[in-house]
Design a protein around this ligand. Structure first.
Ligand SMILES: O=C(O)CCC(=O)C(=O)O
Length: 242
C-alpha cells in the first residue's frame, strides 16, 4: 500500500491537475490575463517568434514566449548526449513501458528520478541548473528521466503547483518532437515548439502556469506543416520547488 501511495504521489507531484489548490492565483497569471488574453484581436507589438516556435495567435503572445518559453539548441553535444544515455540506459532497460497512466496523462513511457550521477554527467547537469535556474529557486536534487517510446505521447497537462515551482527545464535526447502549449483560459491560443534532439527548453512563469503542455504523438507531429519524425525520446527534466 505504501509503495502504491509513493508511486501515486510521485506522479501527482509531476502532473496532477486535480490536486491543485482552487484558491491558487499567481500574480504572473493575473498579468498574463491582463496583458496577453484581454485583447486577442490587436497586434500592438512587432515581435517575431524565434525559429523554434510557431503560433497563429496575435503577436502580443510572442512577447510572453520570448521570456517564458525559451529553447537553446545543441545545449548538449553528441558526446554529452551519449554520456547521459549510457548512464541511464542500463536502469531504464529493466523497466517496462507503461500504457495506463493513472490519470491518463501519458502513454508509452517509463520513468525514474535520479539524484546521483557520474562526474561527467554531474557537470552537464550543473551547467543546465546554473543556466536555467539563475535567478529563481534552485532545482531539487532529483532529476526526472522520462523515456517516451516512438508511439508514446504526453497529453495536455499542467505540472502540479503544489509540488513544482515556477521553472521546468528539460533536455531532449535521441529524438526531435513537438511540444504544444495551449492557453488554459483561451484554447484558441496555441503555440507549437520544435524541440530538437539535444536542445534544452526552459518553461517558466506564464508558460508554465497559464498554459498546458503536451508532447504530440508521432502521427500528429508537425511543426509549421513540416513533419517532425518523433522516435523514442528521453527527456532529462529539472524542476524547482514551489
Ligand atoms: O518530456 C518532457 O520534456 C515533458 C515532460 C512532462 O510534461 C511531464 O513530465 O510533466
Amino acid at each position: 500500500m505504501t509503495a502504491v501511495f509513493q508511486k501515486l504521489s510521485r506522479f501527482m507531484c509531476l502532473r496532477c491537475l486535480k490536486w491543485q489548490s482552487p484558491a491558487y492565483l499567481h500574480c504572473i497569471s493575473r498579468d498574463f490575463h491582463r496583458t496577453f488574453t484581454a485583447d486577442t484581436t490587436s497586434n500592438k507589438c512587432n515581435i517575431s517568434l524565434p525559429s523554434y516556435a510557431h503560433s497563429t495567435t496575435p503577436e502580443h503572445v510572442h512577447l510572453l514566449l520570448q521570456h517564458d518559453m525559451t529553447v537553446s539548441e545543441d545545449f548538449v553535444s553528441e558526446k554529452e548526449e551519449k554520456s547521459l544515455l549510457q548512464e541511464i540506459e542500463p536502469y531504464m532497460a529493466r523497466l517496462r513501458y507503461e500504457y495506463s497512466h493513472w490519470d491518463d496523462a501519458i502513454h508509452g513511457y517509463r520513468e525514474t528520478e535520479r539524484s546521483e550521477w557520474n562526474a561527467t554527467n554531474t557537470h552537464i547537469l550543473l551547467r543546465l541548473k546554473d543556466f536555467a535556474f539563475k535567478d529563481v529557486n534552485k532545482p531539487t536534487e532529483f532529476v526526472h528521466v522520462l523515456d517516451l517510446e516512438k508511439d508514446g505521447l504526453i497529453k495536455p497537462h499542467k505540472d502540479s503547483v503544489r509540488f513544482c515551482g515556477d521553472t521546468i527545464a528539460g533536455i531532449s535526447l535521441l529524438s526531435d518532437c513537438v511540444m504544444r502549449l495551449v492557453a488554459i483560459d483561451n484554447t484558441n491560443i496555441t503555440v507549437d515548439i520544435h524541440l530538437k534532439q539535444r536542445s534544452l527548453y526552459i518553461m517558466r512563469n506564464a508558460a508554465r502556469f497559464d498554459f498546458t503542455h503536451e508532447i504530440l504523438h508521432n502521427d500528429h507531429s508537425y511543426f509549421k506543416d513540416k513533419r517532425v519524425e518523433k522516435g523514442r525520446r528521453v527527456s532529462i527534466i529539472c524542476r524547482n520547488n514551489p
